[in-house]
Design a protein around this ligand. Structure first.
Ligand SMILES: [Zn+2]
Length: 251
């Protein structure tokens, strides 16, 4: 499976409107971060996880792949705001996009974007498929296990696909969650900052989790303006690396 990092920025991106580049070197293009979305490609199937506000530009940069299915981690706007960009494809291709998401995320999604599901004529372009933590579902033979994550006063879903897992927007996880990650080889974690933070991981807590789960390699995404790419490469253990927008990872 190939994973493409469409965007690896925290909720405000880097540079952000308020903080600019912060501690990030503006000369390094790897510090320019759009909001978090990834693509998964295996065989003839392409799956999108989250629709960042910059989705249209992200997908154009990735060669405008055909999206077979969409998965949501949770209902925060920096992960959902680009959903309308996919409407263009569904109308042009006259097909329905299956959207895999929790019941709570589905409620928020439909509250804000109900028009995607209710056309005045014809069929809707988006179709919700509710997923439940720890009940695997399949998209074209690709089995995906949702993992419950605690994210401040809400919950999000991480996803395990084979020996790869994507765990962003998580501040805490219970033993069942850690058990579901046992044996993974490649792990992408959302780590916005090196500062104390409650609804997300910071670097210290992420490294503790990596020590516990022991993947062969781990990657940080969802990074904010405290997270300079080169500084992270110098200070993190060799099997833990920051990602950058447009990066491909084989798993
Ligand atoms: Zn979030």
């Amino acid at each position: 499976m190939k994973i493409t990092i469409l965007g690896c920025g925290s909720s405000f991106g880097v540079p952000s409107l308020a903080r600019g580049w912060g501690e990030c070197d503006p000369e390094n293009p790897k510090n320019q971060r759009t909001r978090a979305s990834i693509l998964l490609h295996r065989d003839d199937t392409t799956i999108l996880i989250d629709t960042s506000p910059e989705l249209r530009m992200q997908l154009l940069r990735a060669g405008n792949p055909n999206i077979d299915a969409l998965i949501y981690t949770h209902a925060h706007f920096d992960h959902m705001a680009g959903s309308n960009d996919l409407l263009d494809c569904m109308i042009a291709q006259e097909r329905v996009l299956p959207v895999y998401l929790s019941a709570e995320t589905n409620r928020h999604f439909k509250d804000g974007l109900n028009y995607l599901f209710q056309r005045t004529s014809g069929t809707p372009e988006f179709e919700s498929r509710i997923v439940i933590p720890y009940k695997a579902f399949s998209i074209n033979q690709i089995s995906i296990l949702p993992i419950l994550q605690y994210h401040g006063n809400t919950q999000s879903l991480g996803f395990r696909i084979g020996d790869f897992a994507y765990s962003t927007d998580v501040g805490d996880m219970d033993d069942t969650g850690f058990g579901a990650l046992a044996g993974i080889k490649t792990w992408i974690l959302g780590v916005p900052t090196n500062r104390p933070v409650s609804k997300h991981l910071n670097i210290d807590k992420a490294l503790t989790w990596i020590e516990r789960v022991k993947p062969e390699r781990a990657y940080f995404t969802h990074m904010g303006s405290h997270m300079d790419y080169d500084a992270l490469c110098r200070t993190l253990p060799p099997h833990v690396r920051p990602v950058f927008d447009g990066m491909d990872i084989d798993s």
